[in-house]
Design a protein around this ligand. Structure first.
Ligand SMILES: [Zn+2]
Ligand SMILES: [Zn+2]
Length: 108
């Protein structure tokens, strides 16, 4: 029974197996087996292989998003800080003669 032509696909009992999955050792037909990095794997083992790497890249993407959010907040903070500094540094008579009417806030 070691002859592959005598084996049937693990998922399709009516089909002849064409390859054996090196991971689980089960036989599969052409439809159920897939090439993955020059290795032949069944769909179940391929999913097992692919999932952890997807999870880590998702976690990394999440961290990247948090980093971008923090960086954006920092940039906004610095921007408004310097904007406030510039506004405070403006001479009080800057507003005179402009659209701004003079009032108690200009100090005159
Ligand atoms: Zn397998
Ligand atoms: Zn099959």
């Amino acid at each position: 029974m070691s002859d592959i032509t005598q084996q049937r696909c693990h998922n399709h009992l009516q089909r002849e197996a064409v390859a054996r999955c090196p991971e689980c050792g089960r036989f599969f037909c052409r439809e159920c087996i897939t090439d993955h990095e020059d290795k032949v794997l069944c769909a179940a083992c391929l999913r097992k292989r692919v999932e952890p790497s997807v999870k880590t890249s998702d976690r990394f993407r999440g961290l990247l998003r948090i980093g971008q959010f923090l960086l954006g907040t920092l940039i906004l903070y610095v921007f408004f800080y310097y904007l406030a500094q510039v506004l405070l540094a403006l001479p009080s008579d800057f507003h005179d003669g402009t659209l701004w009417p003079s009032g108690w806030w200009t100090g005159s």
